[in-house]
Design a protein around this ligand. Structure first.
Ligand code: CUA
Length: 321
């Protein structure tokens, strides 16, 4: 969900970049409106006022140019363009050069998910990113496969994510994530992929949660639910959601709906019962037993997935029967 700024059509402004980006956008918009009305209006007026009234009416003049007019309509747009250019250049430079005191995040884009390493974390979180409010955050991005683009509309921040090259983006989030009045859950600002990157490009989403420094210090991205089913669902949301649906539809991999306890047909013609042993193996070594019909769809291996996490995923799968 993208919160709308009630004052404009833009997403709610939630970073220090927003006033400048929105300012130049709104100025450009009103310039377009003004000149469209002026030019199209003058044109319509002239066409009507000086139309030929009889078939043999001679031309009223043979004017070829008007130097004053031409200078005016060249110089004024030039000045406007230079203002837009200077404003855009200043904003672009501010966004390119990160301050020295940033929190350092790393983001990897891959088809079709965002993996986020929080400061001081050795393992990534898929999709969910927590940042403290009013703090400079620097994100170093790279891609495992194709071009992606890391885009947080509410922060007005976007950078192409390239394979074989580190790209940097930074921001300072100024607006705390709100809590849903009914459930009390934090409502994230969306992270989008803004570069078409293949079939499931539109599924390549993420969430940024802007929290207070106290909440941030509790490292909410590492908090694990006590209930194994909830924990399993959290792992699914963070690691599996891009490829495995819960509604029976086929994405990159088989759906999780009705998977637990099912007998799967494998690529080599044999069958396997989907139990804890098979799930654990498929998480850690996805290529060991590949289900028929998924040739060429390579799942990321998770060799570091703990027994506790595997148990949680199994509990979650069981709950979906
Ligand atoms: Cu990644 Cu589009």
């Amino acid at each position: 969900m993208i919160l709308q700024d009630p004052q404009s059509w833009l997403p709610v402004p939630a970073s220090t970049f927003a006033p400048s980006v929105d300012g130049v956008w709104i100025l450009t918009w009103w310039l377009c409106v003004f000149f469209f009305v002026l030019i199209a209006g003058l044109l319509a007026y002239a066409v009507f006022k000086w139309r030929r009234r009889t078939p043999d009416q001679p031309a009223a003049s043979n004017t070829t140019h008007n130097t004053t007019l031409e200078v005016v309509w060249t110089v004024i747009p030039l000045i406007i363009m230079m203002v837009l250019f200077a404003w855009g250049w200043k904003g672009g430079m501010d966004m390119t050069v990160a301050p020295a005191d940033c929190l350092q995040y790393q983001v990897k884009g891959k088809q079709w998910e965002w993996q986020i390493w929080h400061p001081g974390s050795t393992s990534p979180v898929v999709r969910d990113m927590y940042v403290p409010v009013n703090t400079n955050v620097r994100v170093t991005t790279y891609s495992e496969d194709v071009l992606h683009s890391f885009y947080i509309p509410a922060f007005r921040c976007k950078r192409d994510v390239l394979p074989g090259r580190y790209q940097m983006v930074w921001f300072n989030a100024t607006r705390l994530s709100e809590r849903d009045p009914e459930t009390g859950e934090l409502m994230p600002y969306p992270i989008l992929c803004a570069e078409y990157c293949g079939r499931n490009h539109s599924y390549m989403l993420g969430n940024v949660y802007v929290v207070t420094q106290e909440e941030y210090d509790q490292r909410p991205w590492e908090v694990i639910p006590d209930d194994p089913v909830e924990y399993g669902q959290m792992i699914w949301e963070r690691q599996c959601v891009a490829c495995h649906t819960l509604d029976g539809s086929k994405l990159v991999g088989p759906t999780f709906q009705g998977l637990w306890g099912k007998t799967e047909n494998l690529e080599d013609g044999s069958t396997v019962l989907v139990d804890r042993e098979y799930v654990a193996e498929s998480i850690r070594m996805p290529e060991a037993k590949r289900v028929a019909g998924y040739a060429g769809n390579n799942m990321t291996a998770y060799p570091d997935m703990t027994d506790e996490q595997v148990d949680a995923i199994c509990a979650f799968l069981e709950s979906l029967k």
